[in-house]
Design a protein around this ligand. Structure first.
Ligand code: BG6
Length: 465
């Protein structure tokens, strides 16, 4: 009989720009995530209304209680707290999150807060070119301190940012529209480094300012299989994981880039500018846990370098390593979601084992789920047995990993309720609760419990049994 510990944090997740709506209400400023979603609004939903949690949070939190959640992982919108990023603090923004946090606690749901989930205040792009400039580090530090002061009496578990390791690779998320192509990798490396310094400062401040606080990074996990047992393919797979995730985990946990990453930065001539005081700050910052976002695994095969692909080149599905290229391929042994993600519960067990046995830090799953269209039946039901299957298999993988010795203290699937997909609007749904809206028709925004809601409710009630 597989039972999870009684204090296991059964939860669910969301992020501000994907769930809140009210994008310019209560004094909130525009964010990079808003901007990007508006760019696509001719073809899909944007962040203006999203799931309208901003106006429905009282009812939505009641639903979380009914679902049985022990924890709710959500992000604070920096631009709601400080609309222009580093100027005046917006009391209405503080009030909103105070209300959310108080209500969660009233319902015995622990708030797990992410400070920054893809939504840099747009004003910081206008003023400083965003993370390119060290003034953004100071702005983030001040924002984080503001949140610690306002919410730290009740929020004890924090994630500094969401998926820096993925965000940094997506030019639109970093608002790199105007960077000259020949400078893109240099700018990316500098932004990444600046974010690591900001991450370290926010970690140290959290420990100093909030008694009993726990803070850690939320990473987009990668598990890459080699396409064959050729040593070069094994190497390509390893390097894919190293360059996409492990280098970041090393920086968070040990305060320094690993050797292979330094060599890469040096060989490409893109080593970032650093300040002498950074090293100590980076070393001092010790995360208390790793938050793992896991959706799928990848397969890589090695491609020899040639003159038309100098080191550092990126093409669709073809990436760099130090000595050649590698190509991402499909895994013929795994099923795929409608949107192409390969479904692999065993990959989650592998990821958890790898991170735990490398870093020896407790972990929590902060994202995992199946994004797919759902159908609302004429009698207002959503029969999402495919989602139940997906989550059931991944919970089993968590259990197996715990039996392998991994310290896992929670599981927060994506997402609590349907929300704006980061790339596919409202067609692609993840939630336990259906939000009655389409991309361009807001309908009544009614909340409808899917079959997976009742199933997950039972899982939680029975401690994962
Ligand atoms: C994660 C992000 O990488 O993937 C979420 O943290 C995102 O914000 C999730 O929604 C799923 O991706 P998508 O593109 O299907 O929304």
């Amino acid at each position: 009989m597989k039972k999870f510990p009684h204090d296991f944090l059964w939860g669910a997740s969301s992020s501000a720009f994907q769930i809140e709506g009210g994008w310019d209400e209560g004094g909130k400023g525009m964010t990079v995530a808003d901007y990007n979603s508006f760019q696509r609004s001719h073809m899909q939903a944007d962040s203006k209304v999203a799931s309208d949690f901003y106006h429905h949070y009282v009812n939505d939190i009641k639903l979380f209680k009914e679902l049985g959640l022990k924890a709710y992982r959500f992000s604070i919108s920096w631009a709601r707290i400080i609309p222009d990023g580093d100027g005046d603090i917006n009391p209405a923004g503080i009030d909103f999150y105070n209300n959310v946090i108080d209500l969660l606690i009233e319902h015995d749901i622990e708030p797990l807060v992410t400070l920054y989930h893809f939504d840099l205040p747009f004003a910081l792009v206008d003023k400083y070119n965003g993370w390119q400039d060290r003034r953004c580090i100071e702005a983030f530090r001040r924002y984080a301190q503001t949140c610690y002061r306002a919410f730290g009496d009740r929020v004890k578990k924090w994630q500094v940012n969401n998926e820096q390791n993925l965000m940094i690779r997506v030019n639109e998320r970093m608002n790199m529209y105007h960077v000259q192509p020949e400078n893109v990798e240099k700018v990316r490396a500098q932004m990444d480094y600046n974010m690591f310094v900001a991450h370290a400062m926010a970690t140290n401040d959290c420990h100093d300012m909030i008694k009993g606080s726990l803070i850690g990074p939320a990473v987009s996990s990668t598990m890459t299989y080699p396409s064959s047992n050729k040593p070069q393919d094994v190497w390509a797979a390893k390097m894919n994981d190293n360059f996409k995730t492990n280098y970041a985990l090393e920086m968070y946990c040990f305060g320094d880039y690993p050797g292979y990453y330094k060599t890469y930065l040096t060989q490409c001539g893109i080593y970032p500018h650093t300040e002498p005081s950074d090293a100590q700050i980076l070393k001092q910052a010790k995360p208390d846990f790793i938050a793992v976002n896991y959706y799928r695994t990848l397969v890589a095969s090695y491609l020899p370098a040639d003159a038309s692909h100098p080191i550092g080149t990126k093409e669709k599905d073809i990436d760099f390593d130090l000595y050649g290229y590698f190509k991402i391929e499909k895994n013929p042994h795994l099923p795929s979601s409608k949107y192409g993600a390969q479904i692999d519960p065993m990959g989650l067990r592998l990821v958890l084992n790898e991170y735990y046995h490398q870093y020896r830090l407790p972990m929590i799953i902060t994202e995992n789920g199946l994004g797919t269209p759902d159908e609302l039946t004429a009698d207002n039901k959503v029969h999402d047995d495919y989602r139940i299957d997906y989550i059931q298999q991944h919970i089993a993988a968590c259990y197996d990993a715990m039996e392998d010795g991994v310290e896992l203290f929670g599981y927060c699937p994506w997402s609590a309720i349907d929300l704006l997909s980061s790339h596919q609007g409202f067609k692609k749904r993840y939630g336990f609760v259906y939000i009655n809206r389409d991309d361009h028709d807001l309908k009544d925004l009614a909340r409808i419990k899917k079959d997976s809601f009742y199933w997950y409710q039972n899982v939680i009630k029975n401690h994962g049994l």
